[in-house]
Write a protein that binds this ligand. Structure first.
Ligand SMILES: [Zn+2]
Length: 309
């Protein structure tokens, strides 16, 4: 795989860099980036996440260097310099008793960060419906659920009311429920589909486009009106190495062009932010039925619609 972002080859355009992003957006008529999948969390939690990625490299043989390992103020300045005008800061618990505290931090973070929407997370526990309802009343615009890290069953009866509340409120739920990059006890799109079958109006955003089961994820988009795919790490050199997209991926997006939304995993990514945008540009340019309208929808419009921005 090429080390630089963007289409490679002697006749191709120059690789897209972070510094070149604002110019690309202006050229392609994209009014700004709306990133539905970033991570902001309390400093001690983020330090543990970064330590996990550091160890993951040694454990899996796939090094995962964090490209944007800087303090919070600098990370926010970086996002703005890239052309990001709105984003969802996501956090998630790995054990019970943690979500309510994370949600308090997220509420405070959104209150002091005008381009961040209010977000929350949950875990199967007795007070989950209560704190999710409180978050909805406080203006919640996006939720993160991490089935693999949380190690819980999304079909847990303790969560039935939570899914119902979120479906009724129409709040997008970014759900990491695919089998990649790591399988969990309750990962797999087949398991999550049982949640969708019970709550067919749920606005579920399948994180990483369901990686590695992209085709099954597209199938859910076709069958449930609220299901979307986020682009997080999809089509980058890192994931193409172990979970490559089908060769006809751009053609498969034609019928679902308004259900694909930019996500990146910023700042916890092993590549420049521009590499994610370059992947989307590559899909847009690979099929004349996609092109600039698709690019604008993915990078801006669909995220703005989902986040209410
Ligand atoms: Zn993520």
């Amino acid at each position: 795989m090429p080390a630089a972002a963007g289409p490679a080859g002697p006749a191709g355009p120059p690789a897209l860099t972070d510094a070149g992003l604002p110019a690309l957006l202006a050229e392609r008529g994209v009014p700004g980036l709306v990133d539905l999948h970033t991570h902001f969390m309390p400093a001690n939690v983020l330090a543990k996440v970064w330590a996990f990625f550091d160890e993951a490299g040694a454990r899996t043989g796939r090094p995962w260097p964090i490209t944007y390992r800087t303090d919070e103020a600098e990370r926010l300045a970086t996002l703005r310099s890239l052309g990001v005008t709105a984003f969802a800061p996501l956090a998630y618990p790995h054990r019970p008793g943690m979500a309510r505290w994370l949600n308090e931090w997220l509420r405070e973070f959104a209150a002091r960060t005008p381009d961040a929407v209010p977000t929350a997370t949950f875990y199967p526990e007795i007070d989950a419906p209560q704190y999710v309802e409180e978050a909805i009343e406080a203006g919640l615009r996006c939720v993160k659920v991490h089935v693999q890290v949380g190690g819980f069953d999304p079909r847990d009866p303790l969560l039935d009311d939570v899914w119902g509340l979120l479906a009724q409120a129409g709040v997008p739920v970014v759900t990491h429920c695919g089998d990649g990059p790591n399988r969990g006890a309750y990962t797999g799109l087949g398991i999550f589909e049982e949640v969708l079958a019970r709550h067919p109006d749920l606005v579920a955003v399948l994180a990483h486009a369901g990686l590695p089961d992209y085709v099954a994820a597209l199938d859910l988009v076709h069958r449930y009106p609220g299901v979307h795919l986020d682009t997080t790490m999809v089509g980058t050199a890192f994931t193409q190495a172990f979970a490559p997209l089908p060769a006809d991926w751009p053609a498969r997006l034609v019928d679902v062009a308004d259900r694909v939304v930019l996500g990146t995993d910023f700042p916890n990514i092993p590549h420049p932010y521009a590499e994610q945008v370059a992947a989307v540009v590559g899909w847009a340019d690979a099929d004349p039925r996609l092109g600039d309208p698709f690019l604008r929808a993915v990078l801006h419009d669909t995220g703005a619609r989902l986040l209410g921005r």
